[in-house]
Design a protein around this ligand. Structure first.
Ligand code: UD1
Length: 418
């Protein structure tokens, strides 16, 4: 497995272009299962989770091509299997996103349960509950969800926890159900709105996305479309922290600053100087980083996917910050590695207290998940000496060649193949 070496101490400067959002591209690829026509996607990030989804679609019999230039061409006219096997789902739990579309179009699906995950239990009970409300019968057998239906029907579905992929799965299933579906306490993330936008292009009738109540009126069939994926707000946020933590000066372009308002607001409270335009922002780090507490919550609040990166920043703060993780119960593994680099962090359940001002020193660290990997790279950018980030596999799931982008901003960073 590849490793990345970072030699800290360089303030980043320059301009960086943000790729398409992995978390919007994944449901968009799954949505191609809803039609026999060809679906063309643009601005798809060339990252491992996307290639895993391509393989999953191909194994089901779809024609699926993803190119490094960001285009994907998908056609599911002839499916020969309705299954997402364990071998793929265990590497990417978002494979659960094929459950709703398969049931809606083919009336059956067999999807492996994701199983244990480094950042907590992450159940899929709400996906199953919603589909059952719509008339599917679901059984758990041999580690798989086996679902079938004689035809999905519209239903009222109240989600007791806000779930992003759960909302997406149910929204996709409802597009071909008979009658109207209402999803209450739905997720409001920009990725939900992007999916709704694409589904409408395919002929779906959806309203209310971006609010807590989404209404979908089922149609008989959907057709093909061309859709451009929104920019990745988490990648943009990660580069913003990279600028702040190195006291650099970076222009982040090709993104939607409004999608990361909570993150940019928080970073400006820590002292960073941020000027915002319509499709990008400029961020200048200040010598003094002010410690400020955060709490992660569903959109539009501070995202859990930026919590680890923000923790790296707080290790350099001028006081103490409390980080409260409200979405996942076990998402502080990066803290243990930061402590090995010299950070002072204490963890108590869902809260971590980060005492800033401790100089970090480079070390060999192991990343436990995607965003944890990014946070360790950020810590390495300010650490003395060399930091080696192992298991870069996680990073490659969601960031398009992050080391090349950081190197272009002046970072001393290199990938080594094992
Ligand atoms: C998505 C994102 C992920 C992000 C997360 C939270 C994708 C591909 N992934 O993950 O990057 O970190 O949203 O913003 O978009 N839950 C249940 N039952 C369910 C489903 C979820 O209890 O059936 C709980 C989870 O355990 C968790 C919370 O709901 O505590 C939110 O999880 P969810 O929004 O579903 O996360 P994902 O959609 O898996």
């Amino acid at each position: 497995m590849d490793k990345i070496r970072i030699t800290g101490g360089v303030p980043l400067s320059g301009r960086i272009e943000i790729s398409g959002a992995k978390n919007a591209a994944l449901p968009a690829m799954a949505a191609s299962l809803l039609t026999a026509d060809t679906v063309r996607l643009e601005n798809v990030p060339y990252v491992r989770d996307i290639l895993t989804t391509r393989t999953l679609l191909q194994e089901m019999g779809a024609e699926a091509e993803v190119l490094p230039d960001g285009t994907a061409t998908l056609n599911s006219a002839q499916l020969r299997s309705y299954q997402a096997p364990y071998e793929l789902v265990k590497t990417m739990r978002a494979a659960i996103l094929v459950l709703g579309p398969l049931l809606a179009r083919s009336r059956k699906a067999r999807v492996s349960l994701p199983g244990g995950c480094a950042i907590g239990a992450r159940p899929v009970n709400l996906h199953i509950m919603g589909l059952e409300r719509m008339g599917a019968s679901c059984r758990i057998k041999h580690g798989y969800i086996e679902a079938d239906t004689e035809g999905l029907r519209g239903a009222y579905i109240l989600l007791d926890t806000v779930t992003v992929t759960g909302t997406e799965n149910l929204m996709m299933a409802a597009t071909l159900a008979e009658g109207e579906t209402v999803i209450d306490n739905a997720a409001c993330e920009p990725e939900i709105s992007d999916l709704a936008f694409m589904l409408r292009r395919m002929g779906a009738q959806i309203e209310g996305e971006g609010t807590r109540t989404i209404r979908i009126r089922g149609v008989k069939e959907l057709h093909g479309c061309t859709h451009s994926i929104i920019p990745d707000r988490i990648e943009a946020g990660t580069f913003a922290v990279a600028a702040a933590i190195t006291r650099g000066d970076v222009e982040v372009v090709n993104c939607r600053p409004s999608h990361l308002a909570a993150v940019l607001d928080q970073l400006s409270q820590t002292g960073a100087d941020i000027s915002i335009g319509a499709t990008g922002f400029r961020i200048r780090g200040r010598d003094q980083i002010i410690s400020r507490s955060i709490t992660t919550n569903p959109y539009p609040a501070f995202p859990t996917d930026m919590q680890a990166q923000y923790m790296a920043l707080m290790t350099q703060g001028n006081g103490s910050a409390v980080i409260t993780e409200n979405i996942f119960e076990n998402r502080f593994m990066h803290a243990l590695e930061m402590i090995r680099m010299g950070a002072e962090i204490t963890i108590d359940g869902r809260q971590a207290v980060v005492k800033g001002g401790k100089p970090l020193s480079g070390a060999k660290v192991l990343a436990s998940d995607l965003r944890a990997s990014a946070s360790l790279i950020l810590a390495g950018l300010v650490a003395n000496g060399d930091t080696w980030v192992d298991r870069v596999y996680h990073l490659d799931r969601g960031y398009a060649r992050i080391e090349e982008k950081l190197a272009r901003l002046g970072a001393r960073i290199e990938r080594f193949a094992d």
